[in-house]
Design a protein around this ligand. Structure first.
Ligand code: NAD
Length: 253
């Protein structure tokens, strides 16, 4: 773990900032047992074929991809995962009055489960806890669709219109929800301190948020195991586990 001075400096910046925004990526949830995509143990690193299940084109046009997606949803670690020390530290940061916005690329719902207020949270890639009909737009709890899969439906259609059901997440090739994108961009533009936590910062437009914050004059801090394309623009880069780093910063506040 890092020497204290660098974490002390970050704690000071947090205290001095008038608007702190956080962007979290899959890296904050790996310590809850949910693998990321691009890290050394990431789903795509180990199985590049898995990328097809996250691509809207393959999902909509290939029944085999949908059947494989429903199977993998059944076994997803998301349903039983619990928030870890990193998620909880962000709740503490909010309760201490130091967190104004939390934009997450994650679809696991763990920030909400940890206690982050919905008002400051933007789940920019949606949530895995709901399903959406790709034809009529009807939304329903994921659990109901999973029960149908357990009951033998390999690719359960929408009960209202027969359309294709998908988790209410943004797949590659899909546009973000305009309102969520607006809220996220405003959060970045309004911040004077922007922390990018556990994101490879390679997925756009989410990765555009640190750029927006920098353009508005914010300080950027990157906390991630691996290097990111934004490290050269950051005031501090911490290549340490999030679940250890965030609580230590909180202790110094
Ligand atoms: P990513 O997989 O591209 O990057 C995650 C980064 O976190 C990697 O650089 C990795 O080295 C780092 N990391 C992993 N564990 C860490 C730890 N304990 N401490 C510090 N760093 C750690 O993830 P991404 O940039 O978020 O992009 C993938 C997209 O896929 C996301 O936008 C999201 O929509 C989706 N996704 C979500 C989840 C989830 O909800 N938990 C999981 C996988 C993928």
């Amino acid at each position: 773990m890092l020497p204290h001075p660098e974490l002390n400096t970050i704690a000071e910046w947090i205290k001095q900032a008038s608007n702190v925004a956080v962007l979290s990526g899959a890296g904050i949830s790996t310590e809850s047992g949910i693998p990321d995509f691009r890290g050394p143990n990431g789903l795509w690193t180990k199985n590049p074929e898995a990328m097809r299940m996250s691509d809207i084109h393959y999902y909509m046009n290939d029944r085999d991809v949908r059947v494989a997606s429903w199977k993998s949803r059944l076994d997803s670690p998301v349903w039983s995962a619990e928030p870890n020390a990193g998620h909880r530290a962000l709740v503490d940061l909010e309760r201490k009055g130091h967190l104004h916005s939390l934009v997450t690329q994650n679809i696991d719902g763990l920030h909400l489960k940890a206690g982050t207020s919905p008002e400051i949270l933007v789940e920019i890639h949606g949530t895995a806890h709901d399903v959406l009909c790709m034809n009529c737009g009807e939304r329903a709890p994921m659990e109901r669709a999973l029960a149908r899969v357990r009951g033998g439906e390999e690719d359960p259609p929408c009960r209202t219109c027969g359309g294709i059901l998908k988790s209410a997440t943004i797949s590659f090739g899909q546009s973000l929800v305009e309102e969520d994108l607006q809220r996220a961009e405003t959060a970045a533009a309004d911040s004077d301190l922007f922390l990018a936590i556990g994101s490879s910062l390679e997925v756009y437009p989410a990765a555009n948020l640190p750029a927006i914050a920098l353009r508005s004059g914010a300080k950027l801090i990157v906390i991630n195991n691996e290097s990111t394309p934004f490290d050269i623009h950051a005031e501090a880069v911490i290549n340490e586990p999030i679940g250890e780093t965030l609580p230590r910063i909180l202790e110094l506040l």
